[in-house]
Design a protein around this ligand. Structure first.
Ligand code: 13P
Length: 253
């Protein structure tokens, strides 16, 4: 049985006072998401602040990005070792915003995945097709290629300590959620691909969905057999909405 995971990606949003209020709001309702893993990825600048805010709670911290390199002369970058030192347990790699705007191609994503694991962080590998790719019938080919890059670089066993996130680009921040059937179909294909290589890794692999997840659609998504949680953007900035999503994951157990 895979434990459900609800992860909030704050993206480039937050301020000290607002962060404190948001985490307090989430913690106040901890009883509602018992048994669900809850992770939060604030901007890197605020990781230290959140490390203080989550003390004594079950909330874990995740980073939104990591350097390709180890510590050294890389102005502006943050290494996996630093993130681990700052109490992060995981890091997002391959988010479509980084793929499309910051040059994170498949090779870069594979490097970041490896750096994360070498430092003891869980990489949350994002895959997902654009609208044009979906309309051209390429969805499965695209997500399988993005998955294969990590498998080729690090072996299928590396997925035993990783999380996958399917985030169709056309559903991110658009209010347009993929239907739970569309998501289930892609998750099944991803899991089957891993299963071809290693049935145990496949059975334990958590595959999250991301793209306009809200309390209103979370229940239907989590009822699907291969949807193990959510990577939440906009709705993770609202304590009530985020906790309601986590509660839906708990009910779906
Ligand atoms: P939204 O939930 O705002 O669509 O963002 C999804 C996402 O990109 C999470 O990483």
């Amino acid at each position: 049985m895979r434990r459900k995971l609800v992860a909030g990606n704050w993206k480039m949003q937050g301020r000290h006072a607002a962060n404190a209020a948001l985490v307090q709001g989430i913690r106040a309702r901890e009883a509602e998401y018992l048994g669900v893993d809850l992770w939060i990825a604030p901007p890197a600048l605020y990781i230290d602040q959140l490390a203080g805010l989550v003390v004594g709670s079950s909330i874990c911290l995740m980073a939104q990005n990591v350097a390709r390199e180890d510590d050294g002369a890389c102005t502006g970058e943050i290494s996996a070792g630093m993130l681990r030192d700052a109490a992060c347990v995981a890091v997002i790699v391959g988010h479509s915003e980084r793929r499309s705007r910051y040059g994170d191609d498949d090779a870069v994503v594979a490097e970041k995945f490896g750096r994360a694991q070498a430092a003891g962080l869980i990489p949350v590998l994002c895959v997902g097709e654009t609208l044009a790719e979906r309309e051209a019938g390429q969805t499965e080919a695209v997500v399988l290629r993005q998955l294969q890059v990590a498998i080729d670089a690090h072996g299928v066993s590396a997925l035993a300590s990783a999380v996958l996130a399917y985030e169709p680009v056309w559903a991110i921040g658009t209010g347009r959620t993929a239907t739970s059937e569309q998501v289930q179909q892609v998750h099944r294909v991803l899991r089957a691909e891993v299963e071809k290589n290693d049935a145990d890794v496949s059975a334990g692999l958590r595959i999250l969905y991301g793209g306009s997840v809200r309390a209103a659609n979370a229940g239907a998504l989590f009822a699907m057999p291969d949807i193990d949680g959510a990577l939440v953007g906009g709705a993770s900035l609202d304590a009530d909405e985020f906790v309601a999503i986590a509660r839906a994951a708990r009910v779906a157990h």
